[in-house]
Structures are given as C-alpha cells and as structure tokens.
Design a protein around this ligand. Structure first.
Ligand SMILES: Cc1ncc(COP(=O)(O)O)c(C=O)c1O
Length: 453
C-alpha cells in the first residue's frame, strides 16, 4: 500500500531500485511489509558496514538521545563532535603511516590478508592533532562541497579537476563534479563553473593509465593551466561509476603532480571508506597520502554524518565563520560514529572485510567461468562488482533481470557503472560466511533464470 501511496505523494525524480517496503532491518538482513526476509547486499548504499541496527550503535544513540539531540556546533561545543574529530584525525594519521600490504591493488584480485589499521595500536589523539584536522558535516555532497571550498581557500585558485566515472553528489557543485551518467544532470544546468573532467583509467574499456595521464596533460595545455587548479578530486575506487579501482601508478602520478604544482589532492572516500576495501581507507592500498579526504556513509552507521579530514594547514585555510551548517556534526550522529569505530576495533572488521572479500571474489570468479556474460570481476577487499557484456541483448536489460530474479529469491543487489551494466556487492563487513555462500547461490540461480528467460 505504501508503495502505491508513494506514487501520489513523492516527487517521481526520486527513483527506487526495488519495489519493496522495508519494515525491519538487522545485521545483514531486512524484512518487507509481507514478512519476506532478504539478504541485504546494498546496505543503504554502503552505509551500514557494521550491519543494520548494530546493538552497540543503537545503545550509543539511545544514551545520547537522553542527553541532547541538537545544539548546533556554531552555537556551543559538545564532546561527541570533538571526540570524533580527534579519533578521525588519529585514524587518518595512523593509516597514513602504515606499511603497504604485501599484495598490490589490482583490478582483478582481492587483497590477500593484510594487517588492518586497527591491528596496530592507534596513535593517541594528541600526537596527531597538529597534523590533521576534521570538519563534520551531514551528507557526502556537503563534504565534497566543503573540500572544494577549503582547497580554494588554501590555494586561492578556482579550478577543480574531477574524473570520468566519479560520483560526488547531487548538489549543484556535486552534480557538476559527477560524471557517471547524464541522468544526474538532466536539464539541471547551468552547472558550476571551473570544473573540468579528465579520463579515469579502465583497461576493460580501453583507457590505459598512460592515456588517462596524457589526457590530463592535454587538459592542462588546452583548457586550464596547472597554476589555476585548486584541487584534484578522485575516488580511489569508483563507486557509482562501476567499482573500478584506480591503477596505483595513476594515483601515484596524481599525487606527484599535486605536490609539484601546489594542487590539493582530495580523495573522495565516501563509498570506499571505513573498511569497505579491506583497509580502513582505500588510499592505504596505493602508497599515497591525500591532502584532504571526504568521508560519509558508513561513518554514521545509518545516521547522516560526513566529514572532511585533512592536513591541518589546509583545513585551517578558511577563516572562522566560513565553514559549518546547522545540523553539521549532529550529536546523535557523532555518538553513532564513535560506536561504529568501536565496533571496527572490537570485531576486527578490517580482517573480516578481507576474508569476506576473498570468499566473495572466489565465488564471483567461479560464476564468471560458468557465465561468459560476466566480462569482469573487480574491486578491492569487500568492494566488489561484476560487469556484464552485451551480446545481442543489451547488458542493461540482463542486469535488471538478474537483480529482479535475485530479489525474488531473497537477495537485494544494486547496479552501478555509467551504463548500469555492473552489479555491486556491499555486504556488511560482519556478515557470516554462510551469508556470502547463500548470496552466491541465489545469484547463480538468478543468472540461470535470467539467461534462459
Ligand atoms: C563517492 C561518493 N561521493 C559522494 C557521494 C554523495 O553522498 P551523499 O549522497 O551523502 O550526498 C556519494 C554517494 O553515493 C559517493 O558514493
């Protein structure tokens, strides 16, 4: 009923992937209004890496609820905001100084088990406070907007270079920076000025790292000189754009160019962050260090919360009064985030992300060997996707049929990629091995049914 009422009351521009009404959620599962249970491998689009309604997160929210829910950080200071800022500063600082895993990032292999950020003692907040600072906000798009503001304030330059396949939000600047599909832009222009795009390498589609870097040089030569560029904005592994990991040499070259030409390197880790790729942050796979990072999604464990974390000197470029927002760093959301970070430590979620990712990757590779329509299995850690090829029939239609079949069999999955022909897997990082096996079995059945349809 609610779904029919929705047609009459909600703007149609908000599309919904699955025609179900969720009434309950717990761990890796959700239940619809008819009592049907689903394995949820979408997790609110990468928001519940610790699972739905984690008891520790719920308890922390309850405690905060009884104290206060809102005062606004521009009005008065409160501890959960400051405590979270300290923990994020320490976490990024600690992640930065950790050695690379022995296995390199690659588009076709999951990580081997490597020690995660929490396997080693974290630096104490005070030791890192001078190096990194944090700004808390509400949504991912808001974090991206603020990262651009901070980079512009620091460099006193206007331009931002983003990359094809990047998704950075739906605000005016966010959608201008986004290049994952014209649906997000429609007739919403004119778009924000001083945003340029360069190719993101993806061998499957014929874009090599060398070609992408040549195109970037061409952009500098023909459209925007280096000394007008405030920031590079890049996802270390595309999210909405198809779960394509950046080749390490590509990110390393962006890092080198950024340092050489005074450009701020902003990594958008909104989807890749908080253990999704098997490390706390995806940049840890690449042997590079960002100047600024945007974080959101799984940070708040289901509550709206985002952050910009970055080098203190850059973060402090805007003068007092230039940053903020009424709900930014809401106390309830901060309390949830602090509990999320505790869960990572207590449940060893980085190691579990690596193990689940390896299991899922092996299963998907097996699927690929049985179904040649699977053109590629890719991703880091537990951030994996399969891309389907068009053979006579459009891959988009096949992808949709597989998602519908999987849902009918009790598994929720989501598409991604500019052509909507990839299927992404975002299970909670504390899912059981049996959940992964069950999801793979459902997927196999969905493939069989969809290909014979
Ligand atoms: C990488 C990335 N950046 C930014 C955003 C925008 O976040 P939000 O929807 O919270 O504004 C998203 C959302 O999917 C994302 O995946």
């Amino acid at each position: 009923m609610t779904i029919e009422r929705r047609q009459a009351s909600v703007a149609r521009g908000v599309a919904t992937a699955h025609p179900i009404e969720v009434v309950r959620a717990e761990g890796a599962r959700v239940w619809d209004a008819n009592g049907k249970e689903y394995l949820d491998f979408i997790g609110g689009i990468g928001v519940v890496n610790v699972g739905h309604n984690h008891p520790r997160v719920v308890r922390a929210m309850r405690l905060q609820l009884e104290r206060f829910t809102h005062v606004c950080f521009q009005v008065a200071t409160y501890a959960p905001y400051v405590e979270l800022a300290e923990r994020l500063d320490a976490l990024v600082s600690g992640a930065r100084s950790q050695p690379l895993p022995s296995s390199r990032a690659s588009s076709s292999q999951p990580l081997s088990s490597s020690r995660g950020a929490f396997s080693q003692p974290l630096p104490s907040p005070s030791s890192s406070r001078a190096a990194y600072k944090t700004l808390l906000l509400t949504t991912g798009a808001e974090a991206v907007e603020n990262a651009v503001k901070i980079a512009r304030a620091y460099t006193n330059r206007p331009a931002v270079i983003a990359f094809d396949g990047g998704f950075h939000g739906r605000t005016l600047l966010g959608m201008t920076l986004t290049a994952t599909g014209s649906l997000y832009r429609q007739n919403f222009g004119p778009f924000a000025p001083e945003v340029y795009h360069a190719p993101f390498p993806h061998a499957l589609h014929g874009v090599s790292t060398e070609a992408a870097l040549r195109a970037l040089e061409h952009l500098f030569a023909t459209r925007v000189p280096r000394d007008r560029v405030a920031a590079f904005l890049v996802e270390p592994q595309l999210g909405e754009g198809g779960f394509v990991p950046a080749p390490p040499e590509f990110l390393k070259e962006l890092r080198r160019l950024a340092t050489a030409y005074g450009i701020v390197l902003v990594l958008d880790e909104i989807q890749t962050g908080f253990g999704r790729t098997g490390r706390m942050f995806a940049f840890q796979h690449f042997g590079i260090e960002p100047d600024l990072m945007t974080l959101a999604k799984s940070l708040g464990g289901g509550l709206p919360l985002s952050a910009v974390v970055g080098k203190a000197e850059i973060m402090d470029a805007p003068a007092p009064g230039g940053l903020g927002g009424t709900y930014s760093g809401n106390p309830l959301a901060c309390a949830a985030a602090l509990a999320v970070l505790d869960v990572f430590e207590e449940e060893g979620l980085l190691e579990r992300s690596q193990a689940l990712g390896a299991q899922l990757h092996a299963g998907l590779t097996g699927l690929q060997s049985r179904f040649p329509r699977v053109a590629e299995v890719r991703g880091l850690g537990c951030m994996l996707a399969i891309e389907l090829s068009s053979e006579g029939e459009s891959a988009v239609e096949l992808t949709q049929r597989i998602l519908d079949e999987a849902r009918a069999r009790g598994l929720l999955l989501l598409r991604c990629g500019p052509h909507k022909n990839a299927i992404r897997f975002l299970p909670p990082l504390n899912a059981m091995r049996d959940d992964i096996d069950r999801a793979l079995a459902i997927l196999e059945g969905a493939f069989q049914a969809s290909l014979s349809a």
